[in-house]
Design a protein around this ligand. Sequence first.
Ligand code: MN
Length: 146
Amino acid sequence: MLIRHTGDYTWEDVPVLAYKEENLTCFKSVTRQVLINAVPQLPCQLRYFEVAPGGYSTLEKHEHVHFVVIFHGEGRALIDGKVHTVKEKDVIFIPSLTWHQFRAGEDSPLGFLCLVAEDRDRPVLPTSEDLTVLRENSSIADFIRS
Ligand code: MN
């Protein structure tokens, strides 16, 4: 099976979806495409997310892990308790139960491929106590959106 790129980071017969189905307001300007669905021999989904300039993904954590490849543009990400600049071709592992958030640059989209297990727990959002702890680090305080 070939899933052909049809230009501008869309793929043949792959719908461009809202980032999350829930009515969450803790993200901005993110789309989601499921490029390959899980099969029994590899029970994972390959997705492509794109955060528009100035947008951000949800600040969240969960038991499941992500393998991420930055695929388009650049931005910043909270990974491993630090804020990193990220750009095309960088590869990221998000371990279990660690806070993560992606932000596009002001003038650049941030698109990334994300491999995730089909059978996974729901993300947890930060409580006000969690935010207080996260904000003890000033670079994280400046970065996070929630
Ligand atoms: Mn996540």
